[in-house]
Design a protein around this ligand. Structure first.
Ligand code: GLP
Length: 263
């Protein structure tokens, strides 16, 4: 295992299956947000719009919708496809709106694109709107099969700013599997908060689930931090929680075998 996982501010837990994993993620997110709200009566939350986190968002609604003052949480979008309307069901904004913002009654949702697919603000304005709110309190990441976080593809500089990016073929394959190739052609550029912004989040949560990700998860745990695996930039965050669905690490259990499952 790479050295940084032994740091005091890095917490790793494994969970027996997707439901237990999502339950733990939801409890963790609520307890982190509750602590932030207690401290300053407002919180800036940057959630992944990937498939991994849909269980977490379902449980936030089912179990925790009255546990927090969600109207004091500002949701800021981490990444999006370039040129897609925020109301288009393929967009990450629409996904977050449907699964998180609307059900929980979040009042403020800062997102990249307008309803015609144009950027609502330029990238420095977008970053400034985060800074004006005091920066990111909590980010929840999934991981791409190539190790990306947000749309920061391998090779992204750890001080990178919010920007447009060309999406890797494997990212398009993963996100649009089974869909029309023209769709993939249309959405091959993305926008993302840069690693320079994401690594400054006060609390970072990384969700690792899916047997198709076992190879990147093995490399993530085994290799020392390197821009070739953008998720390893989490070694820069002040506090990191890594939740592992045990089904993801079948075959590579020895890497984190010392960890006990939390039911
Ligand atoms: C996607 C998104 C990320 C997401 C990650 C994992 O491409 N850009 O925001 O966290 O990759 O997605 P999934 O959970 O669908 O595997």
């Amino acid at each position: 295992m790479a050295e940084w996982f032994a740091k005091e501010n890095c917490h790793i837990s494994t969970h027996p299956g997707y439901e237990a994993f999502s339950q733990r993620a939801a409890a963790l997110v609520v307890s982190l947000l509750a602590g932030i709200l207690e401290e300053k009566d407002a919180a800036v939350f940057v959630p992944s719009a990937g498939k991994t986190s849909t269980g977490l968002y379902r449980i936030l609604y089912e179990k925790y919708r009255n546990a927090l003052e969600w109207d004091k949480v500002t949701v800021v979008q981490m990444d999006e496809y370039r040129g897609v309307s925020c109301t288009d069901p393929r967009s990450m904004a629409a996904c977050l709106h449907k699964h998180l913002v609307s059900p929980l009654g979040v009042k403020e949702f800062v997102h990249f694109n307008d309803d015609r697919g144009n950027l609502l603000s330029n990238f420095s304005e977008y970053e400034n709107s985060l800074k004006d709110r005091g920066g990111i309190d909590l980010v929840v990441h999934g991981i791409g099969r190539n190790g990306h976080i947000g749309f920061n593809e391998p090779g992204s500089d750890w001080s990178s700013e919010t920007r447009s990016v060309d999406l890797a073929a494997s990212t398009l394959e993963a996100n649009f599997a089974g869909q029309d190739i023209d769709l993939r052609d249309a959405l091959r550029t993305g926008v993302t908060l840069g690693l320079g912004v994401l690594t400054k989040a006060r609390h970072a949560v990384l969700l690792l689930s899916g047997s198709h990700k076992s190879e990147i998860v093995r490399r993530f745990f085994q290799e020392e931090p390197d821009p070739g695996i953008p998720a390893s930039s989490l070694s820069m965050n002040d506090e990191v929680h890594i939740l592992v669905d045990r089904e993801t690490i079948v075959g590579v259990e020895e890497l984190i075998g010392g960890l006990v499952d939390i039911p």
